[in-house]
Design a protein around this ligand. Structure first.
Ligand code: SF4
Ligand code: SF4
Length: 351
């Protein structure tokens, strides 16, 4: 493992070097929000504030062109129409610098769905295998953070190729994976062994700042046991306004919609993020909607993350505890409270 030190003044030059060979994505301030955007020399990245959105669009764009199609007439047999399909995979090397540990770990949730032994989503795989993550530890957790409830920590490396720990005059950078090592070969980085002890102290303090986590081992069973209890879900969803902010900002929400957009004889197939908190998400062509109320939809969102997903993926909860769905919910629906209420619900309410 390589340990390097990046002085504050060298951050932008180092990112500029990375940008020569990689699509380089960094957090940037836009008004009150911190969002992930391509690096540009003239705009310093925002590495101190917690990003408003997750970096999921780096691998799973909000709108992705999966393929193009074109119909032509067969010149030899004009009674026939030929279809030309072209895959549109993005295999360009990319690096996301400055996302939090929980956000990088969010892609582990995607991998279990999009890259299984049986089925692989080629567009997802192309970006996933060519994108590196340089995470930055969370020194001070927000009141909405709960990564340690779901197996993470402010210094977790489970989704990182390189981990950054901030010091007063710069950052200590450690390679976590072999793929991450070349990112540390720049002459702008100095040997960091003599700063490794300071960085370890900062990480220890960050972990100690996290409040103690409750035991969620019963959550998958208890949430599932409340499946038929509409009163429970009505109460928990009463103030929800179905805006969808919680799903769009979530680093582990991976639902999508597919549309074809064509003009004349050609067009493209697009994949766009979808939102299970919306009334239309499960609306069928017949007009029937199996999730007609907010209660049904919130039950699905919480149930999927804390019960259905872990039940088929070796107990892994599909939430990394980033807290965005709490912080950005206009009416403060709190997924932590819902799960704790489910765990505390007496057995007789599990109908
Ligand atoms: S459910 Fe909420 S806390 Fe969990 S990963 Fe998604 S946005 Fe973050
Ligand atoms: S962000 Fe809050 S109000 Fe909006 S859909 Fe999610 S739970 Fe409902």
């Amino acid at each position: 493992m390589a340990v390097k030190f990046l002085a504050k003044d060298n951050l932008v030059p180092w990112l500029a070097e990375l940008a020569e060979t990689h699509r380089t994505i960094v957090p940037k301030r836009e008004g009150e929000a911190v969002v992930f955007r391509p690096f540009a020399k003239e705009e310093a990245p925002e590495l101190s504030a917690r990003p408003t959105e997750s970096p999921k669009s780096a691998i799973f764009p909000q709108c992705d062109t999966l393929m193009s199609f074109r119909y032509t007439k067969d010149e030899e047999d004009p009674g026939k129409v030929l279809l030309d399909l072209r895959e549109m995979k993005d295999e360009s090397p990319a690096v996301v610098v400055g996302c939090r540990s929980c956000d990088a770990a969010g892609f582990n949730t995607f991998d279990r769905v999009y890259m299984t032994d049986k089925i692989t989503d080629q567009n997802y795989r192309a970006r996933r295998e060519n994108t590196l993550f340089v995470t930055i530890i969370c020194e001070k957790p927000a009141t909405t953070c709960f990564c340690n409830w779901v197996g993470g920590s402010p210094t977790d490396t489970s989704g990182a190729d390189v981990r950054m720990t901030p010091l007063e005059d710069g950052w200590v950078l450690e390679s976590i994976t072999e793929k991450g090592e070349p990112l540390l070969s720049s002459t702008l980085l100095k040997d960091g062994d003599d700063r490794a002890g300071d960085a370890e102290k900062i990480r220890q303090q960050a972990k100690e700042r996290m409040p103690e986590a409750p035991d969620l081992s019963e959550a998958p069973g208890k949430v599932l046991a409340l499946f038929e209890n509409n009163d429970f879900w009505e109460a928990e969803s009463a103030k929800c306004i179905s805006c969808g902010a919680c799903t769009y900002l979530c680093p582990t929400c991976y639902c999508f919609n597919i549309t074809d957009e064509s003009s004349g004889m050609e067009g493209v197939r697009l994949r766009t993020w979808d939102n299970c908190m919306s009334h239309q998400f499960t609306m069928e062509a017949s007009g029937h909607n199996p999730r007609p109320t907010k209660a049904h939809r919130l039950k699905n969102r919480v149930g999927h993350k804390f019960s259905y997903y872990p039940n088929i993926h070796d107990g892994n909860i599909s939430c990394v505890g980033c807290g965005r769905c709490i912080k950005s919910c206009p009416v403060s629906v709190d997924i932590r409270s819902i799960v704790l209420h489910a765990i505390a619900a007496p057995a007789e309410t599990e109908k």
